[in-house]
Ligand binder design. Structure first.
Ligand code: NAP
Length: 529
């Protein structure tokens, strides 16, 4: 595509490097795509961080209205550029056009959701404790607190979401909404899409009159340039979506800095699904069809893909597994996002098939085309699963593991052994769900979202969604990487003591000029003081 230059955006200036060019690869054909892309140099990455530091005070002072207008402007520009974005992303990722269109819609929706949130300042959690000079034995000071932006944020794009978790995705949108400058590491799998999106954001930064360092986009290897940014003294937080190895490496880098910083890494999740006997007897075939769809959606390349299926032996369960196996066998293969992800999938399948006590019980059709994943269903028993922690490792792609339990006690033991996950699902009749409330509570302990009689794929972007869970699904299981609550990752609390009213930010002034809902001396109030 002739309009792509292949260079980073260092604020408003394009990168100059011409060394070590690389190209995006079309995974469907294994063909390299034009043009060449050039990794940012170490000096360029440093300059992006320095610009971000310079931009921080102006962005911290930016009003909610101005942040909202900026976020909406990015969304409008994305809308206008949708044909170009789709054309490039379908080539770079092998994802169908409809999926790219849908994901662009979600990306614009996320930007607009954060715009709506920050336009008014209620989310800032403004609190006021008024002074009492007569209090004994000590006078009470005037304390006023609110959330402030954390400072420059580095965002690592996800291979499996070229839009919603990439350059203008949820991490970037929530960081901008919080008032933070953002430095994005483009993912090599969709670097041309990243360049188009980066250009749109730079234009929006300029049109909104924001400082140059509000946004930079760096080409190059995350392991090299990304690590350099992660160590830069100006950086204050990291957002990441990808492998556990990559996320863990960034967590370790962030922790070993002389000033450690938080890392919000969304890594791996196997999303257990518990199937109770009554539900299988009542609607086993429908559950099998729904589960197959959830396991193979997007060639299984979703962080919410159900990788574990837990059930107790019964006639209904046997019939269900036979049906699910038949559906897996009929499944056509699908192109994966990158050759590397395909190789990792193949390696994962081979290793799992060789594990003692694990069997392949169904495998889909293979076309023999490059980078195609064949859906694969494994089975094991509860004892093997509990004894072997590696069976909880994500095989990223359309593969699931059936875990046979002898009875409800074994189901409990399996649930007790689970690592952290983004989601956990249970299918049961009303009576079973009422009877198994302790089991459902166990699911809540290991997952950020518990789904009843549904399927985990398809993440709604909303105020109530939680897309996070205990480690290793997230590096910090107290947070979410999707939905409006994601903004809190990029904030910190500040308390202002004994400030004169005129020196306070509008959110904390006595007159309450923004008409916020504030906690005043312990009671919620929308009034002036
Ligand atoms: P990845 O290898 O973790 O890479 C994601 C991003 O992080 C890339 O920009 C990468 O840069 C960077 N990165 C990787 N290791 C790093 C390190 N040590 N230090 C700094 N940056 C680092 O993930 P991927 O390329 O998307 O896919 C590989 C595997 O990740 C998949 O096979 C799958 O197992 C897993 N994955 C899981 C999810 C999920 O949602 N659960 C999503 C995507 C991928 P460079 O590669 O350019 O160095």
């Amino acid at each position: 595509m002739s309009s792509l230059l292949g260079h980073s955006f260092i604020g408003f200036v394009r990168g100059q490097s011409t060394a070590a060019p690389y190209r995006a690869i079309n995974p469907a054909t294994a063909a390299a795509l034009e043009p060449d892309f050039f990794p940012a140099t170490a000096a360029e990455a440093d300059h992006a961080c320095a610009l971000a530091a310079q931009a921080t005070p102006a962005l911290t002072a930016l009003s909610g209205m101005k942040k909202a207008a900026f976020l909406r402007d990015i969304a409008t520009r994305i809308e206008a550029a949708t044909p170009a974005l789709v054309a490039r992303a379908t080539q770079e990722t092998g994802l169908p056009e409809a999926r790219c269109q849908g994901e662009i819609g979600r990306t614009m929706g996320q930007l607009r959701l954060f715009a709506d949130l920050v336009e008014k300042g209620d989310w800032l959690d403004a609190r006021i404790e008024t002074a009492n000079p007569d209090r004994k034995p000590l006078p009470k000071p005037d304390h006023r607190s609110l959330l402030r932006p954390i400072g420059p944020v580095a965002v690592f794009c996800a291979s499996n979401f070229p839009f919603a978790y990439s350059v203008a995705g949820g991490d970037t949108a929530s960081a901008f909404a919080a008032g933070c400058p953002v430095i994005v590491m483009a993912h090599h799998a969709h670097v041309g899409t990243a360049e188009i999106m980066g250009g749109l954001i730079v234009e929006a930064v300029k049109a909104s009159g924001l400082p140059e360092g509000t946004f930079s986009l760096l080409m190059g290897e995350g392991r090299v340039i990304g690590q350099q940014v992660a160590k830069h003294p100006a950086l204050r937080a990291i957002g990441f979506t990808g492998s556990r190895v990559g996320g863990r490496a960034l967590m370790d880098t962030a922790a070993s800095r002389s000033t450690p910083i938080p890392v919000y890494a969304e890594m791996s999740s196997v999303n257990p699904v518990v199937l109770l006997e009554g539900a299988l007897a009542a609607r086993g075939e429908a559950i099998a069809t729904g589960l197959l769809g959830s396991c193979t959606l997007g060639v299984g390349q979703f962080c919410t893909q159900p990788g574990l299926i837990i059930l107790t032996r019964s006639a209904a369960a046997e019939a269900f597994v036979a049906k699910l196996s038949a559906l897996f066998t009929e499944c056509a293969d699908g192109v994966m996002l990158t050759a590397g992800i395909h190789q990792a999938y193949q390696k994962g399948l081979t290793a799992r098939a060789a594990q003692a006590g694990v069997k392949v019980i169904a495998q889909g059709k293979s076309s023999g085309q490059p980078n195609r994943a064949v859906a694969t269903l494994f089975a094991t028993d509860a004892k093997t699963f509990i004894a072997d922690g590696s069976l909880q490792e994500e095989i990223f792609g359309p593969s699931s593991l059936v875990i046979w339990c002898a009875d409800a006690r074994e189901v409990d033991a399996v649930l007790g052994a689970l690592h952290g996950n983004l989601t956990a699902t249970v299918h049961g009749t009303d009576a079973e769900l009422a009877q198994q409330s302790a089991q459902i509570a166990r699911l809540e302990a290991v997952a950020g979202r518990v789904v009843v009689n549904g399927f985990p794929t398809g993440v709604e972007v909303s105020h109530a969604i939680v897309h996070g869970g205990p480690y290793p699904s997230l590096s910090d299981g107290r947070t979410t990487s999707v939905g409006s609550n994601a903004i809190y990752r990029f904030t910190r609390l500040v308390c202002l003591q004994n400030y004169p009213d005129s020196a306070l930010p509008a959110e904390l002034q006595n007159a309450n000029p923004l008409c916020l809902s504030r906690l005043v001396n312990g009671s919620r109030s929308e009034s002036a003081l």
